[in-house]
Ligand binder design. Structure first.
Ligand SMILES: Cc1ncc(COP(=O)(O)O)c(C=O)c1O
Length: 313
């Protein structure tokens, strides 16, 4: 049988690594798995307790409201206000879905169609290209790396593609290179998108996993970013909730509809106060800081990628 959309996908790197592992183990090799990253800390107790309590309430066994319960959406906009001084409307600009991956895939379905092209940094987290391919559109890779001028590459990709690309998918702090950006980078990205009438999806999964006083900026801090961009924040990393399948996003508003997507919104009871906060990322960060030290020591002198990406001059 032909699976038309799946046949367009490149091999899924995590499956490739998973297939290699057992045979290497059987051959007696001592392997370190650098495949799919998974938080190895437990979800904070107060979150697990809340889920346990909510699971016992039959009201929560019904279908959820599609955009997420109002208090959760309010918590999302409060979080943006507190953290980034960005004001959003809880009714029309915030929603919850079943993870960043699902959000990106569904968003690609709504934004691009066969014949469209999307610019995606290379290398990239697989879903940033898979979501586009699954939606039937084409990917144009934009080289990203310490010796690259990302915006020059993006301009070349834009000018070398016809019909012109419609969407850019970015994610900083970046997986897999660890590249970080400053707000000026996003300013240039928003200006680029506006000038070329493109849309931006910014995957902010690693918002909290930063080190050495560096704070990752939000795309939405750029004035006017809301006109062209959507930002997606994942609970998976900041709160060690990868298996829970929750994320939040600043949702795009269709001209004559409210943001719509299937959402997971009922795991928290309506009447509860909901706050995205505590020490987001703090504990995972401390744990990862040590892992990072070991990796950096190990990679010294072997061409460390990552670093800070600057806007073009
Ligand atoms: C860049 C990036 N985005 C999204 C995700 C997954 O997020 P979620 O668990 O919310 O689907 C990951 C997981 O590794 C990731 O690296």
């Amino acid at each position: 049988m032909e699976f038309r959309r799946i046949d367009r996908l490149p091999p899924y790197v995590f499956n490739v690594v998973n297939d290699l592992k057992p045979s290497a183990r059987r051959a007696g090799e001592d392997i370190i798995d650098l495949g799919m990253g998974n938080p190895d800390l437990a979800t904070p107790t107060h979150i697990v307790d809340k889920l346990t309590e909510a699971a016992e309430n039959p009201r929560n066994h019904r279908y959820s409201t599609s955009r997420g319960i109002p208090k959760l959406r309010k918590a999302i906009v409060d979080w943006y206000d507190r953290r980034y001084n960005v004001r959003l409307d809880a009714e029309t600009e915030a929603m919850s879905t079943m993870g960043a991956k699902e959000a990106i895939s569904h968003m690609a379905w709504t934004l691009v169609a066969p014949g469209d092209t999307c610019l995606v940094p290379e290398p990239t987290y697989p879903i940033h290209t898979f979501s586009v391919a699954l939606a039937g559109a084409d990917v144009r890779s934009v080289p990203l790396g310490p010796d690259q001028d990302f915006f020059e590459n993006m301009k070349d990709a834009y000018e070398g593609t016809w019909p012109r690309p419609r969407l850019i998918i970015t994610s900083f702090p970046h997986n897999p290179t660890t590249t970080c950006v400053d707000l000026s980078f996003f300013e240039q990205l928003v200006a680029f998108a506006k000038e070329h009438e493109m849309l931006v999806i910014h995957d902010f999964a690693y918002a909290d996993l930063t080190f050495d006083e560096y704070q990752a900026p939000s795309l939405l801090q750029v004035p006017g970013a809301k006109d062209v961009g959507v930002e997606i924040f994942s609970m998976s990393k900041s709160f060690s909730m990868a298996g829970w399948r929750i994320h939040v996003s600043r949702a795009p508003r269709h001209p004559d509809r409210r943001p719509g997507a299937r959402g997971m919104g009922r795991s928290l009871a309506e009447g509860d106060d909901v706050r995205l906060g505590g020490d987001p990322g703090g504990t995972p960060c401390r744990r990862l800081a040590r892992v990072r030290e070991v990796l950096v020591e190990g990679r010294q002198g072997r061409g460390v990628t990552g670093g800070r990406l600057r806007p073009s001059r």
